[in-house]
Design a protein around this ligand. Structure first.
Ligand code: 6PG
Length: 256
C-alpha cells in the first residue's frame, strides 16, 4: 500500500488538489478501461471539491459512474441524504447519463433491503457475480477512486468505532443501526470493497479532526475505523488542511 499525507493551507487549496487528482485518475481509467468508477462520501468536507468538479467540463463525464460510499436511510430530498447533497453540489450540474448514477435505493422497505439491493447493483455493474449469494474475495468490485471523509471520532463512511460492520467480510454493503455516533439508520460500503480500490482519498479539514488525524496516521495499531483503510493494491492519500494536521509531527510539511 502506497500512503501519502498532503497538507494544505486551507480546505480550498485541498479541494483544488483533489479535483486535479480526480482528473488524472479519471483520465487514466477511461483511457485504460473506457470508464471511470468513483464512490463519493457525504458530509461537509467534500462539498468544495464537488462544486469545483461541477464546474470542470473537460472531464469524461459520459464515461464516469458515480456510486455512494454511504447513505442515510432517508428519501433523497431529505436534507440528511448524501445522494441529495451530491446531486445538488455536483450531479445536476454535469452531463452525466442517468444510468451512470448509482445511488443507494433508500425507498426499499428496510435499510437491510437497501443494502442488499445496493450490493446486487454493484455485483451486476462490476460483473463480479459468481453465482454465490456472497461475493467471493477475488471478485470484489474495484473502484478507481473512493473518496472518504473522517469523523472526529475516527469513523469513515458509516463505519463507526466498535461497530460490527467493521468486521464485515461477506457483504459489499451493510445496514448500520443508529448509535451514539449516528442517529439515523444508514447503509455503508464495507472494508473489503473500500480496501480493494485503486485509489482512496481521505479528506479532513478543521481543528476538530486533528486528534483523529493524529491517531489514524501516527497512532500504533489504532482501532479507529479510518485506520483500517488499507488498500491492498491501491494508493491511499490523506488530504488535510493545516488545522486537521496540526497535531502531526513537523515531519509533515504543508504543500507550497
Ligand atoms: C456521512 C459521511 C461521513 C463523513 C464524515 C465527515 O455520511 O456523514 O459519509 O463518513 O465523511 O462524518 O463528515 P464532515 O466532512 O461533515 O466532517
Amino acid at each position: 500500500m502506497v500512503k501519502k499525507i498532503l497538507i494544505f493551507r486551507d480546505a480550498e487549496q485541498m479541494a483544488g488538489y483533489a479535483a486535479e487528482t480526480w482528473a488524472v485518475i479519471s483520465g487514466k481509467a477511461v483511457n485504460d478501461k473506457g470508464r471511470f468508477t468513483a464512490a463519493l462520501s457525504g458530509g461537509k468536507t467534500p462539498v468544495s471539491l464537488y462544486r469545483k468538479l461541477s464546474g470542470t467540463k473537460n472531464l469524461p463525464w459520459d464515461k464516469t459512474h458515480i456510486f455512494i460510499v454511504d447513505e442515510r436511510f432517508v428519501p433523497f430530498e431529505d436534507e440528511e441524504s448524501n445522494y441529495g447533497m451530491i446531486n445538488r453540489t455536483l450531479l445536476r450540474h454535469i452531463r452525466l447519463p442517468r444510468e451512470n448514477i448509482h445511488p443507494v435505493s433508500t425507498g426499499e422497505d428496510t435499510p437491510h433491503d437497501a443494502a442488499s439491493k445496493y450490493e446486487e447493483d454493484m455485483i451486476s455493474f462490476f460483473e463480479t457475480g459468481n453465482g454465490s449469494p456472497e461475493p467471493s474475495n477475488d471478485r470484489l468490485p474495484r473502484f478507481d477512486l473512493i473518496l472518504l471523509g473522517l469523523g472526529s471520532d475516527g469513523h469513515t463512511a458509516s463505519l463507526f468505532p466498535g461497530a460490527p460492520s467493521l468486521k464485515e467480510t461477506a457483504h459489499l454493503a451493510v445496514a448500520v443501526s443508529p448509535s451514539a455516533h449516528a442517529e439515523k439508520e444508514r447503509i455503508t460500503l464495507t472494508f473489503p470493497v473500500i480496501n480493494n480500490a485503486d485509489n482512496i482519498m481521505i479528506l479532513a479539514a478543521g481543528d476538530n479532526k486533528a486528534a483523529a488525524v493524529k491517531e489514524v496516521i501516527a497512532g500504533k495499531n489504532s482501532l479507529l475505523p479510518a485506520a483500517m483503510v488499507k488498500p491492498e493494491k491501491g494508493e491511499l492519500v490523506f488530504l488535510l488542511d493545516k488545522r486537521a494536521a496540526s497535531l502531526l509531527s513537523c515531519a509533515f510539511q504543508p504543500q507550497p
